[in-house]
Write a protein that binds this ligand. Sequence first.
Ligand code: SF4
Ligand code: ZN
Length: 372
Amino acid sequence: MSRQGGAAKTTTFELLRLRPEDEVEDGRITLIGKDVDEMDDGSSTALAIIVDVYGKKMEEDFEGVLERRIHQFINYAEGAWHTGQRNLNWIRLSRSSVKAGLTFRHFGDILITKLKEEFGGLVSRIQVTIVTDKDEVQRLLPEAMEVYGRRDARLAGLTDESVDTWYTCSLCMSFAPDHICVITPERMGLCGALNWLDAKASKEIAPTGPNQPIVKGECIDPVKGQFAGVNEVVYEMSHHKIERFNAYSLMEDPMTSCGCFEVIVAMAPDMQSVVVVNREYPGMIPLGMKFSSLAGSVGGGKQTPGFIGAGRKYITSRKFISADGGFLRISWMPRELKESMRKALDARARELGEPDFVDKIADETVTTDAEG
Ligand code: SF4
Ligand code: ZN
């Protein structure tokens, strides 16, 4: 693999935003910085993918839904591999794809064509700006972060109990055929890109699309978060592989993973606590392995009791593995993850009456083995 742009190494983000009609020139592709053919073999680059759209029926509430498709559409290009989302995306291009002439400008073509194809009723103008110039990516990042924050804030106040409908996401079935994400107000999709409002908007935009409502139905277990209606849908969508689904447990009938998770939550070997590790963390985890090996066994659409994939935001949700002890069970997290989520983690700890809790979570500077 060569020429990567991504969270593990460089500053990157992808953002789709609704713009006024006169600010979007349909079909325009702008590249700021070097294209693939000007990069050295094996090198990495900063990367911003900005998709500006306009359409009479387009709403700001739909931005996240269309933005998530960047993942799907870029993966359509042969030799291009996209994972993650928002400012944690990561793209790799194979050597053969580069040899065959694949460039960042082609990403623009692909995105414009596919977005028009799928959302033609919604957007009539699309322009794509791709930035590989490091300083320019840095300069643009705060605006993107603000948009992501605004999208997540719309959810505040919504709880799993306050709605009778949750949503599926089957977008990743092309990678993991039996996997289905269950999206609730307090648990976003494990990729971290789609929350309950996004799923709801997605259903409005594409009635037969990947996000379908699940009427929760009879509550079987309020603590584990098990509902008859959810069980039924998960059973059908997983091709009869998954019979029961608990929204709030990682030990018993947990949600499956496709592979897009931002973090993995895993029961520690002594079963006393959980460790949380993010995709970007390259070192050893107190489970005797690295994220990459762990990810191999957690993904693929199978239930793996003791392990779940999750979006970062789920860590501070009130429903975070609440059937297994919740937030206060966390004993270890990589330092960078802890610091980048510091505010939200501290707020959640205060809410639980343990204001110093986050300082008690160990990281790699304290130990990387389970005994430690
Ligand atoms: Fe949808 Fe889940 Fe895939 Fe995210 S990880 S795109 S929520 S199926
Ligand atoms: Zn996925």
